[in-house]
Design a protein around this ligand. Structure first.
Ligand SMILES: C[S@@+](CC[C@H](N)C(=O)[O-])C[C@H]1O[C@@H](n2cnc3c(N)ncnc32)[C@H](O)[C@@H]1O
Length: 222
């Protein structure tokens, strides 16, 4: 019987980094990280939120990561955009799928300078840094110059910015591109969900029941 090739996801280096990051996140969730006194999510700017939460992981779930891996493997995109890299957990799943596909590159973006640096270190440690360019800054600026066609995008930054980021990317989306938005059950996703679920906007969209929900939207036209 022929052996089956093992995914890059199960490389011991990758597993060690993922385990360390998920363990740190679990500790953090147990202790509820302290935010600056007087901080209000609703009234602060995107940069103020990113600075206040520069140590907070907020990662996708392990199952969400496995789903991302599978979507990338099956769709084989050349260019992936990730809005909201944080410490790089989702990026690691995306990058492993690119290693196993043998093609493609990720353009991640992160508003917190500290997180962008940490994510790069984590990707280096996992042996995946050559698959990813992390653009530090506001997605609405950093993603303007990423060349299309974009085959897959993960939207996992501040939820109230999803729609603006999607509209920025739209002219560069490949026909059949997949847009995955994490946390589809959040109230702050309402505008975004209305948009991608309105068939006149050019998507076929479904909510996938993993963790807090992932909305998977397929771009129907080019
Ligand atoms: C939910 S976390 C991302 C988690 C990450 N995808 C993972 O699985 O580990 C959201 C991140 O988006 C970043 N972010 C929010 N708004 C942004 C923006 N406009 N541009 C770039 N990054 C942004 C935040 O700083 C935060 O680190």
């Amino acid at each position: 019987m022929l052996g089956c090739a093992m995914s890059a996801l199960y490389d011991p280096k990758v597993q060690a980094v993922l385990e360390r990051l998920f363990a740190a996140n679990a500790l953090q969730e147990d202790s509820a990280p302290a935010l600056p006194q007087g901080f209000s999510y609703e009234t602060s700017s995107p940069q103020e939120r990113a600075d206040a939460m520069s140590a907070v992981y907020m990662p996708i779930s392990k199952q969400g990561g496995q789903l991302l891996y599978s979507l990338v493997r099956s769709s084989r995109p050349e260019a992936i955009v990730e809005f909201g890299t944080s410490f790089g957990i989702s990026t690691i799943y995306l990058a492993c799928a690119l290693v196993d596909s043998g093609k493609g590159h990720i353009f991640g973006t992160e508003l917190s300078a500290a997180k962008a640096k940490a994510a790069h270190r984590n990707l280096l440690e996992a042996g995946l840094a050559d698959k990813v360019t992390i653009l530090q800054g506001d997605a609405l600026e950093t993603l303007t110059n990423v060349l299309g066609p974009i085959g897959l995008a993960l939207l996992d930054g501040w939820k109230d910015m999803n729609l603006a980021v999607l509209k920025l990317l739209e002219p560069r989306l490949a026909a059949g591109a997949l847009i995955i938005a994490d946390d589809s059950s959040f109230e702050t996703m309402t505008d975004y969900l209305h948009y991608v679920r309105d068939r006149t906007n050019g998507y076929v969209s479904v909510s996938f029941p993993v963790a807090d929900g992932m909305e998977i939207s397929c771009r129907t036209g080019g």
